[in-house]
Ligand binder design. Structure first.
Ligand code: AMP
Ligand code: GLY
Length: 426
């Protein structure tokens, strides 16, 4: 069958790489893709949010399966667009519809869902301009630190952890009255700060049952030792040694199972990935957030560890048969290290020529492109995160070391990456 992947990052390159390996895949298209996805299929220069353009491409190329990579088209209703249109109803599409995508698109929606299904999460209250004064009073009485979350999508910047009441009050005012995050901040969730170790679990659901995928941890800060500004993710590792049978059982029982039951009971149209961000506090898991898609760069370690035919898995999710799949996981460790442009996550330049991509001489390593493009006959940088180098090893330390060795082959002006990805597991 012909398959279309929507998106342009490292996650989509990893998806394309894996889908390309399936005998069930005839032609593969990526919209818009990047210089890396062009090695796996045909890039179509259509923006991920151009539903009309995507529909036309799907019809022109006889697409039978679509995988939506990023959250924005999901939250904007790309699944609804395809399933409500008579000409595209027959296409299997991986991702929740607009209503269900609120699990990621609205923090208040997600918190209400967790509360209804008794899923452990930080205590919270939500506020709008209508109860603005109550919000001020709530902050004044809240213990420190105080977590403020813009309700809507804010490109990963909508969560603020405030260490003083003054800071929290000032941020609350800027979000609510001065539209610091645009409409995303019209509603604000204020919640308890959770201490602990962060990790993520991923499931593929057909709306009734689910398949648990390998777990992962990402490294969000720009600097070594988890210092400096937040980024989209500087690296990821899988598996996690502390994710033992006892913790896994607890997470399944108290979080994954009730989440999928909630999706089923609410009759959500949800055939796709649920990415559950967790904080493990003294052995007890709490949900920090739901995402309605896979993570980036988590995908670059999760997907390589899956040995199954990925198209078979996706079709099972799309057709209500996810229970028929048994996951077969590579026992080796995988580490992805992300190389970024100089200046990221602040302003950075693009179109720097990238050398060394073509003949990867380091075994057990893979280059997944995030922000790359073609210019004349070269591959050039085209984003803050430029590429993720994933390597396998017998453990995280070895995989990280192989990833760094492979990274030595890559050159572009201003290249930066963290040398310490996975450090707690060494
Ligand atoms: P998000 O944008 O929802 O992924 O949140 C960004 C980051 O903020 C998370 O990865 C956590 O590190 C942190 N965070 C979010 N909520 C909390 C919380 N209640 N307590 C502590 N840290 C949090
Ligand atoms: N790496 C975090 C995310 O994809 O949201």
């Amino acid at each position: 069958m012909n398959i279309l992947i929507i998106g342009a990052g490292g996650r989509e390159h990893a998806l394309a790489w894996k889908i390309r390996q399936s005998d069930l895949c005839d032609e593969l298209f990526i919209a818009p893709g990047n210089a890396g996805t062009a090695n796996c299929g045909i890039n179509l220069s259509i923006n991920s949010n151009d539903f009309e353009g995507l529909k036309q491409a799907a019809l022109d190329n006889n697409i039978q399966l679509i995988v939506v990579g990023p959250e924005e088209p999901l939250v904007k209703g790309v699944v609804d667009y395809f399933i409500s249109n008579p000409s595209t109803q027959h296409i299997n599409i991986i991702g929740p519809d607009k209503f269900a995508a609120q699990l990621e698109g609205s923090k208040a929606f997600a918190k209400a869902f967790m509360s209804k299904y008794k899923i452990p999460t930080a205590a919270y209250q939500e506020f709008t301009v209508d109860n603005y004064e109550d919000g001020i009073a709530y902050i004044n009485h809240h213990q420190l630190p105080i977590v403020l979350k813009a309700d809507g999508l804010a490109a990963g910047k909508g969560v603020l952890i405030c260490n003083s009441h003054e800071e929290a009050l000032s941020e609350f005012k800027q979000m609510m009255l001065l539209s610091k995050f645009g409409d995303a901040g019209n509603k604000i969730v204020i919640e308890q700060y959770l201490e602990g170790i962060e990790m993520s679990v991923f499931v593929l659901t057909d709306g009734h049952d689910y398949l648990l995928l390998p777990e992962a941890k990402d490294y969000k800060r720009i600097g070594e030792g988890d210092s400096g500004l937040n980024t989209g993710g500087m690296g990821a590792v899988s598996p996690l040694s502390f994710f033992d049978e006892a913790l896994k059982d607890k997470i399944i029982k108290t979080i994954v199972h009730p989440t999928i039951q909630g999706i089923q009971k609410e009759k959500f149209h949800y055939k796709g990935f649920v990415f559950i961000g967790l904080m493990i506090n003294n052995g007890e898991p709490y949900v920090i957030e739901y995402n309605c898609r896979l993570g980036d760069p988590e995908t670059e370690v999760v997907i390589p560890r899956i040995k199954n035919d990925f198209v078979e898995m996706l079709l099972a999710a799309a057709t209500g048969k996810i229970n028929s799949i048994k996951i077969n996981t590579d026992p080796r460790a995988a580490v992805a290290i992300v190389a970024v442009s100089e200046g990221y996550p602040g302003p950075y330049n693009i179109e720097k020529k990238i050398n060394g991509l073509n003949n990867n001489a380091v075994q057990e390593s893979m280059f997944f492109h995030s922000g790359t493009a073609f210019k004349n006959n070269d591959i050039v940088t085209n984003g803050g995160r430029v590429l993720a180098v994933t390597a396998f090893g017998k453990d995280i330390k070895e995989a990280a070391s192989i990833s760094k060795e492979a990274l030595q082959q890559i050159h572009f002006e201003g290249i930066y990456f963290r040398n310490d990805i996975g450090y707690e597991f060494y």
